[in-house]
Write a protein that binds this ligand. Structure first.
Ligand code: ATP
Length: 648
């Protein structure tokens, strides 16, 4: 940049052994990643950066990983940035001598405040250049900002932001502002960061701790042996992260002991949420019996509430986590206060997997999920709670210092029953039936629907019956009531854009472009347009919501056909649950392209909006593989040799 006299594009990103890592090294890495779309290239770029950090300044690896993920702490600690755009504009304006109106106009035109910040900063002549930003310095300041609360905090936050912003050079401003806004917008998924970390450690094992023979081995191993070792390390790291999603614990162990020893140190621990096991959809009782042929299994009611992973620490502290490892402890003081009446005296520490369901005390029955969603999300006061909940316990994952996840479900369930007891309307075990008779399963399914449940969860009991952390496992099948109505399973899809409404819908969006998520390529693939299932109020509120997420053009990782280009593109921020009549091959939609057909994607016919999935992140949306699976599983596809083609 010619106008900031002391800026050296390379020098600013270079540092020496034991020196603090300059923020520029990270900003340049993120900028490079922004310019590529291939996942392997992204991993390579990031792992090169991690290698340098591990070699030169290992103590900066932790803040480096956090900043790449735009996180400041484990998700369950709830430390979040997401500074309001107006505060960021104010900080940029005050540091660059421009007006907020100018910044706002530029942001509207460019669609990215990060770029506007970078441009505003680079057009500024500096007489005195502050010393360069470091990763550790930026990370600490971001944490301080996130933790500031109270009335005067806005002004203090803007001051802190300004103090960093004036030291930004070149692309540092872009990423600093994006971090503060809560999104890096480079499509870097956590799985890629973990993969890059494993690659960096395989090529440059953390030196201080690795026995020399390991170091030599890494250097002398043949290509195949190296690849195998690297893949094993990546698997160990990803598995550990699912069981113990906390980099504060994982990174120091990697540096001290190496990735391969992680399982000895970072295990399932009460107080740290683990990623839950999920179920595979099925298309009816017939399919369940086919899949579980020869296996012992049980059917449980599938309650429609919110997953609650309840942890009791050895010191007695209790925490409750959501499906996505968010900390819901302060949402459920009522559950916590009555835990002691269901927990046996034998229990010193535990993790139980449950569903918290809205409960009608008078009529002693389950209420729909929609009622539960009206409950206050944080800091609930027990005296003000209007929506009562009953907790349905269905699994025990940890008991008195021992992880139970490797034990078969039959044993886990027996331990659950031995150590916990039911309390009417407060704590109940999930209703179950052990049978492999088709008619009995069908009757139990219908009974569950009458009992106001979503259907059944069918689980293996003895063989292949471990608790598979973070997996949508084939050992758990879900059988939803929708099948009874002949509608098909629901999908969780990401909203990518909006079409402006006409006629009665003028002033709001009249339709939206939806997509599934392809985990392999880390891209969103269009699956359908939707315009039904919305009330006028709902359209109004979706329009209000997405107003804050409009971007000027589609992200490089959005896959769609030009004929479906929406009027406004959105950042991928929200997941919607939708129903459809069926799935068909489509020449224009891109979902699961190349999986079922080399040239056609899959689209949904007659999609209808069901609800917003607040509990799902965009990368938890229905995957391209799931879409392909659902398509292939349709009776008409199974029956016919030739796939049905969409009428588009
Ligand atoms: P959905 O089907 O709504 O998309 P999901 O994708 O969040 O759900 P699934 O694997 O499909 O997860 O269904 C499992 C969910 O069902 C669990 O996360 C849990 O919240 C809920 N659930 C209700 N009853 C049970 C039960 N008896 N056993 C396991 N999970 C249950």
């Amino acid at each position: 940049n010619p106008t900031t006299s002391k800026y050296h594009p390379i020098d600013d990103a270079v540092w020496k052994q034991s020196e603090k890592v300059p923020y520029m090294a990270l900003a340049r890495t993120l900028s490079e990643i922004e310019n590529v779309s291939a996942r392997l290239k992204t991993i390579e770029i990031l792992s090169n950066f991690f290698r340098s950090v591990i070699t030169l300044t290992p103590c900066d690896l932790l803040p480096s990983v956090y900043l790449c993920l735009n996180k400041l702490a484990p998700a369950y600690e709830g430390v979040e940035l997401g500074i309001a755009e107006t505060s960021l504009m104010k900080a940029i304006a005050q540091s660059t001598g421009r007006t907020i109106a100018q910044i706002r106009a530029d942001a509207k035109a460019v669609g990215d405040l990060g770029i506007v910040a970078e441009q505003s900063r680079s057009n500024q002549k500096m007489i005195f250049q502050p010393s360069r930003l470091t990763i550790k310095g930026v990370f600490d300041k971001l944490k301080e900002i996130a933790k500031m609360t109270g009335h005067a905090s806005q002004t203090k936050k803007v001051e802190k932001i300004q103090s960093m912003f004036v030291a930004c050079r070149n692309c540092e401003a872009r990423f600093l502002i994006r971090s503060l806004a809560g999104k890096l917008r480079i499509g870097l998924a956590e799985q890629s960061v973990l993969q890059a970390l494993a690659l960096a450690c395989a090529t440059t094992p953390p030196g201080q701790c690795y026995p020399p023979e390991h170091l030599n081995m890494a250097k002398t191993m043949s290509g195949d042996a190296f690849k195998e070792r690297y893949e094993q390390s990546a698997l160990i790291l990803k598995t550990t992260y699912c069981e113990c999603p906390n980099y504060d614990l994982i990174i120091p162990i990697i540096l001290k002991e190496g990735i391969r020893r992680l399982p000895e140190f970072c295990k399932l621990t009460p107080g740290i949420p683990l990623k839950p096991m999920l179920a595979h959809p099925t298309k009816g009782v017939h399919e369940v019996l086919q899949r579980f042929e020869g296996l012992k299994f049980t059917c449980e009611w599938k309650y429609d509430g919110e997953r609650a992973q309840i942890h009791v620490d050895a010191d007695g502290s209790v925490s409750i986590y959501s499906r996505n490892q968010e900390n819901n402890t302060s949402k459920y003081p009522d559950i916590i206060n009555r835990l002691n009446i269901c927990k046996g005296d034998s229990v010193r520490s535990c993790v139980i997997d449950c569903e918290a369901v809205a409960w009608d005390k008078e009529n002693r029955q389950i209420l729909p999920f929609q009622i539960l969603s009206t409950r206050k999300r944080k800091d609930a006061n027990e005296d003000d709670i209007k929506v009562q909940v009953c907790v349905f316990m269905f699994d025990l994952l940890y008991l008195n210092g021992e992880s139970l996840v490797k034990k078969p479900f039959k044993e886990r369930r027996a331990l659950l029953k031995e150590n916990f007891k039911e309390v009417d309307g407060q704590w109940l075990f999930a209703k179950f039936l052990d049978t492999n008779v088709m008619e009995e399963v069908q009757d139990f399914l219908e009974e569950s629907v009458k009992g106001k449940c979503e259907g059944l969860m069918v689980k293996t009991l003895e063989e292949d019956a471990t608790y598979e952390i973070a997996k949508r496992s084939r050992n758990w099948l879900k059988l939803k009531k929708d099948y009874l109505e002949g509608v098909g399973d629901t999908l969780d899809v990401v909203v990518l854009g909006g079409y402006l409404g006409r006629g009665k819908r003028t002033g709001t969006y009249g339709g939206f472009l939806l997509a599934c998520y392809d985990n392999d390529n880390e891209e969103y693939q269009s699956i359908c347009k939707i315009g039904t299932g919305f009330s006028d109020e709902a359209l109004q509120s979706h329009t209000e919501f997405f107003k804050n997420f409009i971007i000027s053009e589609a992200k490089p990782y959005y896959r769609f056909d030009a004929s479906h280009e929406p009027d406004h593109w959105f950042d991928a921020v929200q997941v919607w649950e939708i129903k459809c009549a069926d799935l068909s091959l489509s020449p224009v939609h891109r979902a699961a392209l190349g999986i079922v057909d080399p040239e056609k994607g899959i689209s949904l016919r007659f999609p209808r909006f069901v609800r917003i999935r607040e509990d799902k992140g965009v990368e938890d949306a229905t995957s391209a593989k799931d879409v392909a699976h659902m398509y292939m599983n349709q009776d008409q596809i199974k029956d016919q040799q030739k796939p049905k083609i969409a009428e588009e």
